[in-house]
Design a protein around this ligand. Structure first.
Ligand code: 5GP
Length: 191
């Protein structure tokens, strides 16, 4: 059995570097909320978020939007990959709970890396005949993109580093860090 990663009891001690601070996230979410409110005014907006990583972003973004909206949640898992690499094979663990036919759908994602997960989701959701479908991602890591995607709303473009916090995990931990950061190398070497 693989050894569990060695973690400091205080998660903050495992962080080597903060890439995006809590304040920067807050300001960006407010800005995205304003843009989305203006762009979708008078339209039947449904935010579809992808668990678990997008949970804090979704919770904050929906409160930064000032027009009526509905939310729905999906959960997908990519399988065949490792803790830090996605395989592109996607399994739906939780599907939408309501129809999106005729709705203006905005997918709320934590991070787009290779783009394979989102590419799969887009094809799946387009098959349900929404009126429109666009993408809002807090983080974009374009260096590793394998598919051509148009991301309509991007929070931050970041370098090719494995990040944790604000919903993003390493081995299911670190999601509750309030900022986006990079872990100390010794945390990975114990995995
Ligand atoms: P993609 O299919 O675009 O390669 O990967 C998308 C998913 O991989 C994200 O929703 C996220 O769950 C995971 N992922 C990609 N990059 C990172 C990263 O830097 N940190 C963490 N924690 N997860 C990532």
């Amino acid at each position: 059995m693989a050894a569990l990663p060695e973690r400091h009891p205080n998660l903050f001690e495992d962080v080597a570097e903060v890439l995006v601070t809590e304040e920067q996230v807050r300001a960006k979410v407010a800005e995205l909320g304003q843009r989305i409110s203006a762009d979708y005014a008078g339209r039947p907006l449904t935010l579809v978020s992808v668990l678990k990583g997008s949970l804090p972003f979704m919770a904050d973004l929906m409160r930064a939007v000032t027009i009526p909206l509905q939310i729905d949640l999906m959960e997908v898992s990519s399988y065949g990959g490792t803790a830090t690499d996605s395989s592109g094979l996607v399994r739906i663990l939780k599907d939408l709970s309501a129809s999106i036919e005729g709705k203006d759908v905005l997918i709320v994602e934590d991070i787009i890396d290779t783009g394979l997960t989102l590419n799969y989701l887009l094809r799946y959701l387009r098959g349900k005949n929404p009126r429109s479908i666009r993408i809002c991602a807090l983080l974009d890591k374009p260096a590793r993109r394998l598919v051509d995607l148009q991301i309509d709303y991007v929070g931050f473009t970041i370098p090719d580093r494995f990040v944790v916090g604000y919903g993003l995990d390493y081995g299911e931990v670190y999601r509750n860090l309030p900022f986006i950061g990079v872990l100390k190398p010794e945390v990975y070497s114990h995995a």
